[in-house]
Ligand binder design. Structure first.
Ligand code: ADP
Ligand code: MG
Length: 719
């Protein structure tokens, strides 16, 4: 008999082929297990009824209103035909709308009968309405109690009649299935006991059909713990394996190149933070194990110098180093900085990108193979198979979020010994996120900017301030400075009421006559883009009109104004990145966020965070709270299958910490759960007491890991 978890959903009573197809396609529910874990995303208190006059704001959750239908009418023709019901709560009225089964609904609900309608109110032109509400007769002698789950349903599901009620009945059928009672708990008993967690079956019941708020709370906590426990177990398994298995180059000496650079060439004093991070990196490179370190530092904090000096450690120990950048523009800029620093100490740097000519490419390939080239800077071109190194000791990856783990892995496979890896990002990541998404990396932080930077003045402005903004731009241009203007779109789009680069370009040329304007966007040919970039870098063009392609790394210290059109369209972290393009010189710089005057209070509040702080960590915390971790830059392409369904990294930091500790204790107590061939590293002071599990439990854990992470990268293939 197959495991209850694995049974095809079509075999569940009430499903069948047709519904199974919809469930699989729409919400990825393909097995019994998938449905068990398809929890309501919210629970509504069934005894709480809203008054229409209480509704406010644009983004309301689904809620209940008690009242009666006053009248029904149909509107529109053909495919647009709809049924509109007027619903009264006794005092105020609102509309309910049906787009299908019009005839059924038009006659189903009787005037004068008291109903409870349930759904998400939409706000349109000053009034609220609910589309396809769920409707129940209200029975005053038996008022509803407890909670009702709200499942996320797609439009297609609704059209096919798969409502919350249907999902509830399917889940109830699952609970009646004989297999449910013998479902194994993926959290071993000892873990449940130590952390005081509800057993699986009860937790699942309470998640779908909570009896009361307290039980729902415990169930939720248990399910969050389970989810985070497995994420952490997954991450820790591989990081334990790697540190046990992957030997790294031993860089014992600080040699001639490093010292020569440090004492004779280094054009400024390192900041305290840069020094500290260099020490951390140096310590890693002396352990004999491979380094995997994430270097976080705000824009302009001087990560490139840290990277360069780390590369010198490799060169001093007869190894080569590679630096990968996400774009050609950025690679070229890095190459220029690195070359300037490397030439005086006789370290050879080369550049390899997609547009390197074939003949030149061959010379570079040879230089890398012979060891004549010490440092190579490049784009994705570096991970092409033909690139071979004599001895690659360190890989630096700039702006990590554009490179997935698989690509990191590809760099490693170019060596018999895995090179040390330093991943640099200017998108600060909240701690909880770093623990999950980058849980396999050690983290260093540069939390100090080089001295002498003037803080950037950030202003929130609207279309009716256009003249004031133009005046500011003019005054900066007259002072010899340069200006960026960023647009959310390249071309005008009828559907979206947004400013586009094309119209913006025309307006800019017309408004700022006498100043050359250049432009870049993501759809240009590389050669054309480079040409436009050069115009700006050389100062020939004084204004650059662009889309967010300039977000990453471009460095023009003379630029002092960043104007962002339709700023409400961008995430805070992205705005922070864009703002980091200015303020790179010693002069006062400005970032002007052009907002939409009509946008809601939430949007205005969000944008005003930008005017209040320039601290990237604060901004990313705020951004994560507002948008949720799944939408954060840097998470989509991360190696760990990152789709938390129950846990919320913005709120569940404490559960995460406990889950990580439990995962650690589990792996400590059961080396057989580690990837094959991994010898556990010796225990350290402060480690939690190991947790041991029996054979049956370890099998359940193995199976669970497989279900949850079958599609993520297998690190063991990499080493
Ligand atoms: P990011 O961390 O954004 O990559 P960069 O490495 O591009 O920052 O550094 C920004 C600028 O600051 C560069 O011009 C760099 O040379 C300069 N810089 C780096 N470290 C220092 C320092 N300690 N003192 C002064 N300037 C520095
Ligand atoms: Mg940089």
């Amino acid at each position: 008999m197959p495991d209850f978890n694995d049974i095809d959903i079509k075999f569940l009573k009430g499903v069948g082929d047709a519904r199974a197809k919809v469930l699989t396609k729409e919400i990825e529910v393909a097995t019994f297990r998938d449905l068990l874990y398809y929890f309501p995303f919210r629970h509504v208190d069934r005894s709480r009824f809203y008054k229409i006059s209480e509704l406010s704001g644009e983004d309301l959750p689904a809620l209940q209103i008690k009242g009666h239908f006053v009248s029904f009418r149909t509107e529109g023709e053909g495919a647009r035909k709809r049924l509109v019901g007027v619903f009264s709560d006794g005092k105020n009225m609102m509309e309910t709308i049906w787009f299908s089964k019009i005839i059924t609904f038009a006659t189903a609900y009787k005037p004068g009968v008291e109903y409870v309608i349930f759904g998400k109110p939409n706000y349109f032109r000053g009034a609220y309405s609910i589309a396809h509400p769920e409707v129940e007769i209200y029975n005053p002698s038996k008022p509803p109690t407890g909670f009702r789950g709200v499942y996320s349903l797609t439009e297609t599901m609704r059209k096919k009649g798969i409502t919350t009620k249907v999902i509830q009945s399917l889940v109830a059928n699952l609970f009646m299935n004989a297999g449910f009672d013998s479902l194994k708990d993926p959290l071993p008993e000892e873990v449940r006991r130590r952390y005081n967690l509800m057993p699986l079956r009860e937790a699942i019941r309470q998640m779908h059909f909570p009896e009361n708020a307290r039980l729902l709370q415990s169930a939720t906590e248990r399910m969050k713990f389970e989810e985070l426990f497995y994420v952490e177990t997954h991450i820790l398994r591989y990081s334990m394996e790697r540190s046990a298995r992957l030997p790294g180059y031993y860089f014992g000496t600080i040699g001639e190149k490093f010292n020569g650079f440090y004492f004779n060439v280094l054009p400024f004093q390192l900041t305290g933070a840069q020094k500290r991070v260099l020490k951390e990196i140096r310590a890693d490179m002396k352990t004999g194990r491979q380094m995997n370190r994430l270097l976080q530092g705000d824009v302009g904090s001087g990560k490139t110098m840290v990277a360069f000096m780390s590369m010198l450690m490799a060169v001093d120990n007869d190894c080569q180093a590679a630096m990968m950048a996400p774009t050609e523009i950025l690679a070229t800029q890095h190459y220029a900085s690195l070359k300037e620093w490397a030439d005086p100490i006789g370290v050879k740097v080369a550049l390899l990108t997609g547009s390197t000519k074939t003949s030149e490419r061959r010379i570079i390939h040879e230089g890398l193979q012979s060891g004549e080239i010490d440092i190579i800077v490049g784009t994705h071109a570096l991970i092409e198979d033909t690139v071979q190194f004599k001895q690659l000791g360190l890989v630096v990856i700039d702006e990590q979020h554009r490179f997935g783990v698989a690509q990191r892995a590809k760099m490693w496979s170019k060596n018999t010994v895995a090179p040390h890896v330093l991943v640099m990002t200017a998108t600060p990541i909240p701690r909880t996120l770093a623990m999950t998404v980058y849980g396999d990396l050690e983290v260093s932080v540069i939390d100090e900017l080089p001295p002498g930077r003037k803080p950037i003045t950030t202003l929130l402005r609207y279309d009716n301030n256009r003249l004031e903004v133009d005046r500011l731009i003019f005054s900066q241009l007259k002072a010899g400075r340069q200006v960026y203007i960023v647009y959310p779109l390249i071309t005008e789009n009828e559907k979206l009421d947004l400013k586009s680069l094309e119209e913006g370009y025309e307006r800019t040329v017309e408004t700022f006559q006498g100043y050359r304007v250049c432009y870049v966007h993501g759809k240009m040919k590389p050669a054309e883009k480079d040409h436009q970039m050069d115009l700006f870098v050389s100062g020939e063009a004084r204004i650059m009109v662009a889309t967010t392609v300039i977000e990453v790394g471009v460095n023009v210290p003379n630029a002092s104004v960043m104007v962002i059109e339709n700023a409400e369209r961008f995430g805070l972290s992205q705005l922070h990145q864009l703002r980091g393009r200015v303020g790179r010189g010693a002069d006062q710089s400005y970032c002007i966020l052009m907002g939409k005057y009509k946008s809601g209070a939430d949007t205005k509040k969000r944008l005003s965070i930008m005017t209040e702080t320039t601290d990237g960590f604060l901004i990313s915390e705020a951004d994560m709270k507002l948008r949720g971790p799944g939408d954060m830059e840097g998470t989509q392409q991360s190696g760990i299958a990152f789709n938390l369904r129950v846990a919320d990294l913005t709120k569940d930091g404490q559960i995460l910490t406990r889950a990580r500790e439990a995962a650690f204790a589990l792996l400590r107590g059961n080396p057989s759960l580690l990837p094959e061939g991994t010898l556990p590293t010796p225990p350290q002071k402060g480690d939690p007491l190991p947790i041991t599990v029996n054979e049956e439990e370890s099998n359940v854990i193995r199976k669970e890991l497989q279900i949850r992470f079958a599609h993520s990268v297998d690190w063991s293939l990499i080493s």
